[in-house]
Ligand binder design. Structure first.
Ligand SMILES: Cc1ncc(COP(=O)(O)O)c(C=O)c1O
Length: 436
Protein backbone atom coordinates (compact mmCIF):
# COMPACT_ATOMS: atom_id res chain seq x y z
CA UNK A 1 0.00 0.00 0.00
CA UNK A 2 1.00 3.61 -0.59
CA UNK A 3 1.29 6.14 2.24
CA UNK A 4 0.81 9.43 0.39
CA UNK A 5 1.67 12.23 2.84
CA UNK A 6 2.73 9.86 5.65
CA UNK A 7 6.48 9.90 5.20
CA UNK A 8 6.98 8.57 8.74
CA UNK A 9 5.36 5.25 7.75
CA UNK A 10 7.34 2.37 6.31
CA UNK A 11 6.86 -1.38 6.03
CA UNK A 12 9.66 -3.76 6.91
CA UNK A 13 9.34 -7.57 6.92
CA UNK A 14 5.57 -7.22 6.70
CA UNK A 15 5.35 -4.96 9.76
CA UNK A 16 4.18 -1.33 9.81
CA UNK A 17 6.73 1.07 11.33
CA UNK A 18 6.12 4.62 12.53
CA UNK A 19 9.34 6.65 12.51
CA UNK A 20 11.05 3.25 12.49
CA UNK A 21 9.17 1.93 15.57
CA UNK A 22 7.11 -1.22 15.14
CA UNK A 23 3.43 -0.18 15.38
CA UNK A 24 2.34 -3.56 16.82
CA UNK A 25 5.00 -3.29 19.54
CA UNK A 26 3.90 0.27 20.39
CA UNK A 27 0.35 -1.04 20.76
CA UNK A 28 1.52 -3.77 23.15
CA UNK A 29 3.73 -1.47 25.18
CA UNK A 30 1.33 1.47 25.61
CA UNK A 31 -1.95 -0.47 25.10
CA UNK A 32 -4.76 0.53 22.77
CA UNK A 33 -6.58 2.62 21.68
CA UNK A 34 -3.45 4.70 21.22
CA UNK A 35 -2.77 7.86 19.26
CA UNK A 36 0.73 7.94 17.79
CA UNK A 37 1.90 11.37 16.65
CA UNK A 38 5.06 11.70 14.61
CA UNK A 39 7.23 14.64 15.63
CA UNK A 40 9.27 14.14 12.46
CA UNK A 41 6.24 14.45 10.19
CA UNK A 42 4.84 17.46 12.09
CA UNK A 43 8.12 19.35 11.75
CA UNK A 44 8.26 18.53 8.03
CA UNK A 45 4.69 19.69 7.45
CA UNK A 46 5.31 22.97 9.26
CA UNK A 47 8.65 23.65 7.65
CA UNK A 48 7.09 23.20 4.23
CA UNK A 49 4.93 26.24 5.03
CA UNK A 50 7.97 28.29 6.08
CA UNK A 51 9.95 27.23 3.03
CA UNK A 52 7.09 27.77 0.56
CA UNK A 53 6.21 31.27 1.78
CA UNK A 54 9.67 32.59 2.69
CA UNK A 55 9.97 34.63 -0.52
CA UNK A 56 7.10 36.89 0.62
CA UNK A 57 9.00 38.46 3.52
CA UNK A 58 12.22 38.48 1.48
CA UNK A 59 10.54 40.37 -1.39
CA UNK A 60 8.28 42.71 0.55
CA UNK A 61 9.96 43.12 3.94
CA UNK A 62 6.59 42.26 5.50
CA UNK A 63 5.93 39.62 8.15
CA UNK A 64 4.65 36.13 7.31
CA UNK A 65 3.03 34.46 10.30
CA UNK A 66 1.69 30.92 10.59
CA UNK A 67 -0.78 30.64 13.44
CA UNK A 68 -1.55 26.96 13.98
CA UNK A 69 -5.31 26.37 14.33
CA UNK A 70 -5.38 24.97 17.87
CA UNK A 71 -8.75 23.32 17.33
CA UNK A 72 -6.97 20.71 15.17
CA UNK A 73 -4.93 19.40 18.10
CA UNK A 74 -4.06 21.06 21.41
CA UNK A 75 -1.88 18.40 22.92
CA UNK A 76 0.68 20.37 24.90
CA UNK A 77 3.67 18.51 23.50
CA UNK A 78 2.58 19.44 19.97
CA UNK A 79 1.74 23.07 20.77
CA UNK A 80 5.13 23.42 22.48
CA UNK A 81 6.89 21.79 19.54
CA UNK A 82 5.21 24.15 17.07
CA UNK A 83 5.84 27.18 19.25
CA UNK A 84 9.56 26.25 19.38
CA UNK A 85 9.56 26.14 15.59
CA UNK A 86 8.26 29.73 15.51
CA UNK A 87 4.60 28.95 14.91
CA UNK A 88 1.82 31.15 16.31
CA UNK A 89 -1.69 30.23 17.46
CA UNK A 90 -5.17 30.67 16.02
CA UNK A 91 -7.41 30.30 19.07
CA UNK A 92 -11.17 30.28 19.64
CA UNK A 93 -11.59 30.03 23.41
CA UNK A 94 -10.09 30.90 26.78
CA UNK A 95 -8.93 27.29 26.95
CA UNK A 96 -6.97 27.55 23.71
CA UNK A 97 -5.52 30.91 24.76
CA UNK A 98 -4.43 29.35 28.06
CA UNK A 99 -2.67 26.54 26.16
CA UNK A 100 -1.02 29.03 23.76
CA UNK A 101 0.33 31.00 26.72
CA UNK A 102 1.66 27.87 28.45
CA UNK A 103 3.25 26.93 25.12
CA UNK A 104 5.10 30.28 25.10
CA UNK A 105 3.54 31.48 21.85
CA UNK A 106 4.48 35.16 21.48
CA UNK A 107 1.39 37.37 21.87
CA UNK A 108 1.97 39.00 18.48
CA UNK A 109 1.45 35.61 16.85
CA UNK A 110 -1.90 34.89 18.55
CA UNK A 111 -5.15 35.61 16.70
CA UNK A 112 -8.56 35.15 18.34
CA UNK A 113 -11.36 33.75 16.15
CA UNK A 114 -14.95 32.76 16.85
CA UNK A 115 -18.47 34.00 16.21
CA UNK A 116 -19.55 34.05 19.87
CA UNK A 117 -16.70 35.39 21.96
CA UNK A 118 -17.39 35.83 25.65
CA UNK A 119 -16.48 38.89 27.68
CA UNK A 120 -14.13 36.89 29.91
CA UNK A 121 -12.34 35.53 26.85
CA UNK A 122 -12.01 39.00 25.35
CA UNK A 123 -10.57 40.29 28.65
CA UNK A 124 -8.00 37.51 28.66
CA UNK A 125 -7.06 38.29 25.04
CA UNK A 126 -6.64 42.01 25.79
CA UNK A 127 -4.51 41.26 28.86
CA UNK A 128 -2.33 38.98 26.72
CA UNK A 129 -1.95 41.78 24.11
CA UNK A 130 -2.80 39.40 21.25
CA UNK A 131 -2.20 40.42 17.67
CA UNK A 132 -5.90 40.67 16.82
CA UNK A 133 -9.45 39.67 17.60
CA UNK A 134 -11.06 38.61 14.34
CA UNK A 135 -14.39 40.43 14.62
CA UNK A 136 -17.32 38.33 13.40
CA UNK A 137 -20.29 40.70 13.92
CA UNK A 138 -21.22 44.23 14.96
CA UNK A 139 -22.16 43.00 18.42
CA UNK A 140 -18.80 41.20 18.70
CA UNK A 141 -17.10 44.53 17.86
CA UNK A 142 -19.19 46.44 20.42
CA UNK A 143 -18.35 43.89 23.14
CA UNK A 144 -14.63 44.07 22.36
CA UNK A 145 -14.68 47.89 22.41
CA UNK A 146 -16.68 48.02 25.68
CA UNK A 147 -14.45 45.47 27.37
CA UNK A 148 -11.29 47.32 26.31
CA UNK A 149 -12.81 50.60 27.56
CA UNK A 150 -13.56 49.11 30.99
CA UNK A 151 -9.96 47.91 31.15
CA UNK A 152 -8.57 51.27 29.98
CA UNK A 153 -6.91 49.52 27.00
CA UNK A 154 -6.98 49.45 23.21
CA UNK A 155 -7.81 46.11 21.54
CA UNK A 156 -6.43 45.24 18.10
CA UNK A 157 -9.15 44.14 15.72
CA UNK A 158 -9.20 42.47 12.34
CA UNK A 159 -12.48 41.82 10.53
CA UNK A 160 -13.53 38.34 9.47
CA UNK A 161 -15.24 38.87 6.16
CA UNK A 162 -17.46 36.43 4.32
CA UNK A 163 -16.43 36.55 0.64
CA UNK A 164 -19.08 34.08 -0.57
CA UNK A 165 -16.59 31.64 -2.08
CA UNK A 166 -17.47 27.97 -2.58
CA UNK A 167 -14.55 25.98 -1.08
CA UNK A 168 -15.72 22.79 -2.85
CA UNK A 169 -15.43 20.74 0.31
CA UNK A 170 -17.82 18.91 2.69
CA UNK A 171 -20.76 21.25 3.56
CA UNK A 172 -20.11 20.77 7.31
CA UNK A 173 -16.63 22.27 6.99
CA UNK A 174 -17.50 25.05 4.54
CA UNK A 175 -17.39 28.47 6.24
CA UNK A 176 -17.11 31.30 3.69
CA UNK A 177 -20.38 31.13 1.77
CA UNK A 178 -23.31 33.51 2.29
CA UNK A 179 -25.36 30.74 3.91
CA UNK A 180 -22.68 30.08 6.57
CA UNK A 181 -22.84 31.71 9.99
CA UNK A 182 -19.33 33.15 9.84
CA UNK A 183 -18.00 36.56 8.95
CA UNK A 184 -19.22 39.94 7.76
CA UNK A 185 -20.75 39.94 4.31
CA UNK A 186 -18.73 41.96 1.81
CA UNK A 187 -21.23 42.24 -1.06
CA UNK A 188 -24.07 43.78 0.96
CA UNK A 189 -21.79 46.39 2.54
CA UNK A 190 -22.09 44.97 6.09
CA UNK A 191 -18.31 44.47 6.34
CA UNK A 192 -17.56 48.08 5.34
CA UNK A 193 -20.29 49.41 7.63
CA UNK A 194 -18.81 47.48 10.59
CA UNK A 195 -15.28 48.73 9.88
CA UNK A 196 -16.57 52.31 9.66
CA UNK A 197 -18.20 51.85 13.06
CA UNK A 198 -14.88 50.62 14.42
CA UNK A 199 -13.13 53.73 13.07
CA UNK A 200 -15.26 55.84 15.39
CA UNK A 201 -14.66 53.69 18.46
CA UNK A 202 -12.04 54.80 20.97
CA UNK A 203 -10.88 51.46 22.33
CA UNK A 204 -10.22 49.41 19.22
CA UNK A 205 -7.45 49.70 16.65
CA UNK A 206 -8.10 48.40 13.12
CA UNK A 207 -5.20 46.16 12.10
CA UNK A 208 -6.42 43.63 9.58
CA UNK A 209 -8.81 41.69 7.42
CA UNK A 210 -9.41 38.00 8.01
CA UNK A 211 -11.09 35.24 6.07
CA UNK A 212 -11.37 31.45 6.34
CA UNK A 213 -13.48 29.76 3.69
CA UNK A 214 -13.40 26.16 4.85
CA UNK A 215 -11.36 23.09 5.62
CA UNK A 216 -9.99 20.12 3.63
CA UNK A 217 -9.79 22.08 0.37
CA UNK A 218 -8.40 19.87 -2.36
CA UNK A 219 -8.40 22.49 -5.12
CA UNK A 220 -6.45 25.73 -5.37
CA UNK A 221 -9.02 27.82 -7.26
CA UNK A 222 -11.14 28.71 -4.16
CA UNK A 223 -7.99 30.09 -2.43
CA UNK A 224 -7.27 32.22 -5.51
CA UNK A 225 -10.83 33.55 -5.54
CA UNK A 226 -10.68 34.23 -1.79
CA UNK A 227 -7.36 36.09 -2.02
CA UNK A 228 -8.57 38.24 -4.91
CA UNK A 229 -11.80 39.19 -3.09
CA UNK A 230 -9.87 40.06 0.08
CA UNK A 231 -7.25 42.12 -1.76
CA UNK A 232 -9.98 43.97 -3.70
CA UNK A 233 -11.61 44.74 -0.37
CA UNK A 234 -8.32 46.02 1.06
CA UNK A 235 -8.05 48.39 -1.97
CA UNK A 236 -11.63 49.55 -1.39
CA UNK A 237 -10.78 50.27 2.25
CA UNK A 238 -7.69 52.22 1.23
CA UNK A 239 -9.88 54.36 -1.01
CA UNK A 240 -12.05 54.98 2.07
CA UNK A 241 -8.94 56.13 3.94
CA UNK A 242 -8.53 52.92 5.97
CA UNK A 243 -5.13 51.23 5.81
CA UNK A 244 -4.87 47.51 6.49
CA UNK A 245 -1.61 46.13 7.93
CA UNK A 246 -2.47 42.42 8.17
CA UNK A 247 -4.21 40.13 5.71
CA UNK A 248 -5.12 36.78 7.29
CA UNK A 249 -6.28 34.17 4.78
CA UNK A 250 -7.16 31.47 7.34
CA UNK A 251 -6.41 27.78 6.96
CA UNK A 252 -8.02 25.10 4.88
CA UNK A 253 -5.37 23.28 2.85
CA UNK A 254 -6.44 19.65 2.57
CA UNK A 255 -4.45 16.44 3.01
CA UNK A 256 -4.53 13.21 0.94
CA UNK A 257 -6.94 11.10 3.02
CA UNK A 258 -7.48 9.21 -0.22
CA UNK A 259 -4.05 7.84 -1.06
CA UNK A 260 -4.96 7.52 -4.74
CA UNK A 261 -5.49 11.25 -5.16
CA UNK A 262 -2.64 13.73 -5.44
CA UNK A 263 -3.79 17.13 -4.13
CA UNK A 264 -2.16 20.57 -3.80
CA UNK A 265 0.48 21.03 -1.11
CA UNK A 266 2.03 24.04 0.67
CA UNK A 267 4.16 25.16 -2.28
CA UNK A 268 1.15 25.13 -4.63
CA UNK A 269 -0.82 27.19 -2.13
CA UNK A 270 2.04 29.70 -1.77
CA UNK A 271 2.49 30.06 -5.52
CA UNK A 272 -1.22 30.71 -6.06
CA UNK A 273 -1.81 33.10 -3.15
CA UNK A 274 1.39 35.11 -3.58
CA UNK A 275 0.95 35.64 -7.29
CA UNK A 276 -2.48 37.21 -6.60
CA UNK A 277 -1.11 39.39 -3.78
CA UNK A 278 1.78 40.69 -5.93
CA UNK A 279 -0.77 41.95 -8.49
CA UNK A 280 -1.77 44.59 -5.91
CA UNK A 281 1.72 46.00 -5.37
CA UNK A 282 1.01 49.16 -7.36
CA UNK A 283 -2.35 49.80 -5.69
CA UNK A 284 -1.56 49.43 -1.97
CA UNK A 285 1.31 48.90 0.41
CA UNK A 286 1.38 45.10 0.64
CA UNK A 287 0.28 43.79 4.04
CA UNK A 288 1.76 41.35 6.54
CA UNK A 289 0.48 37.89 5.70
CA UNK A 290 -1.06 35.55 8.27
CA UNK A 291 -2.20 31.97 7.67
CA UNK A 292 -4.00 29.65 10.10
CA UNK A 293 -3.26 26.09 8.96
CA UNK A 294 -4.42 23.26 11.21
CA UNK A 295 -5.08 20.00 9.37
CA UNK A 296 -2.16 20.35 6.93
CA UNK A 297 0.33 20.58 9.81
CA UNK A 298 -0.77 17.67 12.01
CA UNK A 299 -3.27 15.38 10.23
CA UNK A 300 -0.78 13.19 8.38
CA UNK A 301 1.39 12.93 11.51
CA UNK A 302 -1.20 10.97 13.48
CA UNK A 303 -2.13 7.28 13.54
CA UNK A 304 -4.78 5.71 15.76
CA UNK A 305 -3.92 2.16 16.80
CA UNK A 306 -6.60 -0.28 17.88
CA UNK A 307 -6.49 -3.99 18.71
CA UNK A 308 -8.77 -6.51 17.02
CA UNK A 309 -10.99 -8.00 19.74
CA UNK A 310 -13.66 -9.84 17.77
CA UNK A 311 -14.25 -10.94 14.19
CA UNK A 312 -17.81 -11.61 13.11
CA UNK A 313 -19.40 -12.80 9.85
CA UNK A 314 -22.83 -11.61 8.83
CA UNK A 315 -24.62 -12.45 5.56
CA UNK A 316 -23.33 -9.15 4.09
CA UNK A 317 -20.01 -8.34 5.76
CA UNK A 318 -17.06 -9.57 7.72
CA UNK A 319 -16.76 -7.24 10.72
CA UNK A 320 -13.46 -6.54 12.42
CA UNK A 321 -14.23 -5.13 15.89
CA UNK A 322 -11.46 -3.04 17.40
CA UNK A 323 -11.07 -1.41 20.80
CA UNK A 324 -10.85 2.11 19.33
CA UNK A 325 -14.23 3.71 18.71
CA UNK A 326 -16.02 6.81 17.46
CA UNK A 327 -15.51 8.48 20.83
CA UNK A 328 -11.75 8.39 20.12
CA UNK A 329 -12.08 9.65 16.55
CA UNK A 330 -15.36 11.17 15.42
CA UNK A 331 -14.63 12.11 11.82
CA UNK A 332 -16.10 9.05 10.05
CA UNK A 333 -19.24 9.21 12.21
CA UNK A 334 -19.91 12.94 11.81
CA UNK A 335 -18.58 13.70 8.32
CA UNK A 336 -18.59 10.22 6.78
CA UNK A 337 -14.88 10.96 6.42
CA UNK A 338 -12.67 8.46 4.64
CA UNK A 339 -9.52 7.36 6.48
CA UNK A 340 -7.03 4.85 5.13
CA UNK A 341 -6.86 1.75 7.33
CA UNK A 342 -4.19 -0.93 7.41
CA UNK A 343 -3.30 -3.90 9.50
CA UNK A 344 0.10 -3.49 11.18
CA UNK A 345 0.94 -7.10 10.24
CA UNK A 346 0.81 -7.40 6.48
CA UNK A 347 0.10 -10.94 5.26
CA UNK A 348 0.01 -11.94 1.61
CA UNK A 349 -3.58 -13.19 1.76
CA UNK A 350 -6.20 -10.44 1.36
CA UNK A 351 -9.86 -10.14 2.34
CA UNK A 352 -12.66 -7.58 2.22
CA UNK A 353 -13.69 -6.47 5.70
CA UNK A 354 -15.49 -3.68 7.54
CA UNK A 355 -13.82 -2.14 10.59
CA UNK A 356 -15.91 -0.97 13.54
CA UNK A 357 -15.54 0.22 17.11
CA UNK A 358 -17.45 -1.11 20.08
CA UNK A 359 -19.88 1.75 20.79
CA UNK A 360 -23.63 1.30 20.71
CA UNK A 361 -24.09 3.34 17.54
CA UNK A 362 -24.38 2.11 13.97
CA UNK A 363 -22.24 5.07 12.89
CA UNK A 364 -19.31 3.71 14.92
CA UNK A 365 -17.66 2.35 11.77
CA UNK A 366 -14.17 3.36 10.60
CA UNK A 367 -14.31 1.78 7.17
CA UNK A 368 -16.67 -0.37 5.11
CA UNK A 369 -15.76 -3.08 2.60
CA UNK A 370 -12.03 -2.44 2.58
CA UNK A 371 -9.63 -4.86 1.00
CA UNK A 372 -7.01 -5.44 3.69
CA UNK A 373 -4.41 -8.06 4.37
CA UNK A 374 -5.94 -11.00 6.30
CA UNK A 375 -6.66 -10.03 9.89
CA UNK A 376 -6.62 -12.15 13.05
CA UNK A 377 -7.81 -11.49 16.59
CA UNK A 378 -5.18 -9.52 18.59
CA UNK A 379 -3.72 -7.92 15.45
CA UNK A 380 -3.08 -4.18 15.61
CA UNK A 381 -5.03 -2.01 13.18
CA UNK A 382 -3.84 1.47 12.16
CA UNK A 383 -6.22 4.26 11.13
CA UNK A 384 -4.20 6.88 9.27
CA UNK A 385 -4.29 10.70 9.09
CA UNK A 386 -5.96 11.24 12.45
CA UNK A 387 -3.58 13.90 13.84
CA UNK A 388 -6.07 16.72 13.18
CA UNK A 389 -9.60 16.84 14.63
CA UNK A 390 -8.96 13.44 16.20
CA UNK A 391 -8.04 13.67 19.88
CA UNK A 392 -9.37 17.27 19.95
CA UNK A 393 -12.88 15.96 19.17
CA UNK A 394 -12.58 12.84 21.35
CA UNK A 395 -15.18 12.42 24.09
CA UNK A 396 -16.37 10.05 26.79
CA UNK A 397 -19.48 8.68 25.10
CA UNK A 398 -20.45 5.22 26.39
CA UNK A 399 -18.31 6.12 29.44
CA UNK A 400 -15.08 5.32 27.70
CA UNK A 401 -11.91 7.10 28.79
CA UNK A 402 -10.05 9.10 26.17
CA UNK A 403 -7.01 7.28 24.75
CA UNK A 404 -3.34 7.69 25.54
CA UNK A 405 -0.99 9.39 23.09
CA UNK A 406 2.69 8.99 22.25
CA UNK A 407 5.07 11.14 20.23
CA UNK A 408 7.61 9.43 18.01
CA UNK A 409 10.81 10.55 16.39
CA UNK A 410 13.47 8.36 14.85
CA UNK A 411 15.34 8.56 18.17
CA UNK A 412 12.61 8.02 20.75
CA UNK A 413 9.02 7.43 21.81
CA UNK A 414 7.55 9.67 24.54
CA UNK A 415 4.17 9.43 26.21
CA UNK A 416 2.41 12.77 25.72
CA UNK A 417 -1.06 12.02 27.08
CA UNK A 418 -2.10 9.59 29.78
CA UNK A 419 -5.00 7.26 29.21
CA UNK A 420 -8.09 8.39 31.14
CA UNK A 421 -9.02 6.12 34.04
CA UNK A 422 -12.40 4.90 35.28
CA UNK A 423 -12.11 7.37 38.17
CA UNK A 424 -11.57 10.20 35.66
CA UNK A 425 -14.95 9.41 34.14
CA UNK A 426 -16.84 10.44 37.29
CA UNK A 427 -14.36 12.96 38.68
CA UNK A 428 -16.61 15.95 37.90
CA UNK A 429 -19.93 14.40 38.99
CA UNK A 430 -21.41 15.38 42.37
CA UNK A 431 -23.93 13.26 44.25
CA UNK A 432 -26.24 15.37 46.47
CA UNK A 433 -26.42 14.46 50.17
CA UNK A 434 -29.85 12.82 50.00
CA UNK A 435 -28.53 10.27 47.47
CA UNK A 436 -25.39 9.35 49.33
C1 LIG B 1 -11.06 30.38 11.57
C2 LIG B 1 -10.34 29.12 11.25
N1 LIG B 1 -9.04 29.20 10.91
C3 LIG B 1 -8.33 28.10 10.62
C4 LIG B 1 -8.92 26.84 10.64
C5 LIG B 1 -8.07 25.66 10.31
O1 LIG B 1 -8.47 25.02 9.18
P1 LIG B 1 -7.65 23.77 8.61
O2 LIG B 1 -7.50 22.81 9.73
O3 LIG B 1 -8.49 23.26 7.53
O4 LIG B 1 -6.34 24.29 8.14
C6 LIG B 1 -10.26 26.73 10.98
C7 LIG B 1 -10.90 25.40 10.97
O5 LIG B 1 -12.04 25.20 10.77
C8 LIG B 1 -11.00 27.89 11.30
O6 LIG B 1 -12.29 27.82 11.64
Amino acid sequence: MEFLGNEMLTVKDGKLKIDGHDAGELAKMYETPLYVMSETQTVKNFERYVESFKEYSEKTGKETIFSFAYKANTNLALTKLLSKLGCGADIVSAGELYIAKISNVPSEKIVFNGNCKLKEEIKMGIETKIRAFNVDSISDLILINETAKEMGKIANVAFRVNPNVDPKTHPKISTGMKKNKFGLDIESGIALQTIKMAEKMENVKIVGIHCHIGSQLTEISPFVEETRKIMDFVVLLKNEGININDVNLGGGLGIPYDKQKVIPVQKDLAKAILSVIYEYESKIELPNLILEPGRSIVATSGVLLGTVKHIKDTPVAKWIMIDAGMNDMMRPAIYEAYHEITSCTLRSEKEVVSIAGGLCESSDVFGKDRELSKIEVNDTIAILDVGAYGISMANNYNSRGKPAMVLTSEKEVSIIRERETLADLISKDIVPNHLL
